[in-house]
Design a binder for this molecule. Structure first.
Ligand SMILES: Cc1cc2nc3c(=O)[nH]c(=O)nc-3n(C[C@H](O)[C@H](O)[C@H](O)COP(=O)(O)OP(=O)(O)OC[C@H]3O[C@@H](n4cnc5c(N)ncnc54)[C@H](O)[C@@H]3O)c2cc1C
Length: 294
């Protein structure tokens, strides 16, 4: 029989994965915490100001504290710097295949890979054959005269506030579900807001953007630049069960697998909920393994 590398494989070292490892250690379980980043923390490293997690002013401070805590768990948790490309679970074991082709084996697995900024090709309402720059990565000086923004997520407001003096006009094609977000920037005279059902982008610059508007009318917008502002999508590992909304609910997984953090549900994407769901995932698997219910 294959000997497990650890009792628990934890994939993703954001707050969900880190709290899963800390909680697993508290009940005597060994774990491997697997993430391609050089240190644990996940999205915490991007949070410049953290107002809703008592005791820490910013994400990196909390990430460093988590790293120090995990390093002091007396060998119960080892950090493996690697990317997982696939997971499998059977009656006896779970397996995580790494990008270099090797694999790690455990008794149970927690997937906590979070969400990532969506590319245009990842959403169903956009048809295109290429990828476009994310709005937050582009300054007004780099834009042509006519710019189309795909999606109405909140970084649009951040961009407009950051570049208050920029006189660029933006046509923002957004699905109806973004309407409450574009309400926050509706009064900005630089914007033309177009609620859409679908868009199709052709060309390599200038671009032709064929729009099926939410009211059913069609139009074609010529653009020198196309940017994305679509929001985030779950970072799904092959081998996980995926719900209709693209997220991976814990209850839908193999009994040896639990999902946690931002990956597990659209709602509640916060440091505190990720940490709580990670801890809960570890205890769920601890009790399942103890009762030999899997
Ligand atoms: C800019 C920004 C600001 C935010 N501000 C706040 C805030 O003020 N307050 C708040 O409560 N929340 C905030 N959030 C949200 C918060 O950061 C997340 O809800 C939380 O980090 C989710 O934790 P997680 O562990 O589920 O995922 P993440 O923290 O995203 O961690 C996921 C980890 O999985 C790893 N991973 C992905 N794919 C693989 C793979 N194939 N193999 C191995 N590892 C993989 C990633 O490298 C990453 O380290 C903010 C997020 C961002 C991006």
């Amino acid at each position: 029989m294959t000997r497990p590398d650890a009792q628990l494989l934890i994939i993703g070292a954001g707050p969900a994965g880190c709290l899963a490892a800390a909680t697993a250690s508290s009940v005597g379980m060994t774990s491997l915490l697997i993430d391609p980043a050089p240190a644990p923390g996940g999205s915490l490293w991007q949070i410049g100001h953290l107002a809703n997690w008592p005791g820490f002013q910013d994400g990196p401070s909390y990430a460093r504290a988590l790293g120090a805590h995990l390093a002091g768990l007396n060998g119960h948790c080892s950090y493996v710097q690697a990317q997982v490309v696939k997971i499998e679970a059977n009656e006896d074991l779970v397996r995580a295949t790494l990008a270099d082709g090797t694999s790690l084996v455990g008794e149970a697995l927690i997937a906590a890979t979070g969400v990532h900024t969506a590319k245009a090709a990842e959403v169903s309402w956009i048809t295109c054959t290429q990828d476009f720059a994310q709005i937050t990565d582009v300054s007004p000086a780099a834009l042509g005269v006519r710019t189309v923004v795909l999606g109405g997520d909140r970084p649009l407001g951040t961009w407009l506030r950051t570049h208050r003096d920029a006189d660029r006009k933006l046509t923002v094609c957004h699905p109806m579900r973004d309407a409450y977000k574009v309400d926050e920037v509706r009064s900005d005279a630089r914007l033309r807001l177009v609620p859409v059902r679908a868009v199709s982008v052709t060309g390599t610059g200038p671009f032709g953007v064929d729009v099926l508007r939410a009211d059913g009318a069609r139009e074609t917008v010529e653009a020198d630049s196309v940017l994305t502002n679509i929001g985030t999508v779950p970072t799904v590992l092959p081998g996980l069960a995926v719900g209709e909304d693209g997220f991976c609910p814990p209850a839908a997984q193999h009994p040896r697998v639990v999902t946690a953090g931002d990956l597990s549900a659209r709602d509640g994407q916060r440091v505190s909920t990720a940490a709580g769901r990670g801890a809960e995932a570890a205890l769920t698997l601890y009790y399942r393994l103890r009762r030999q219910a899997v």
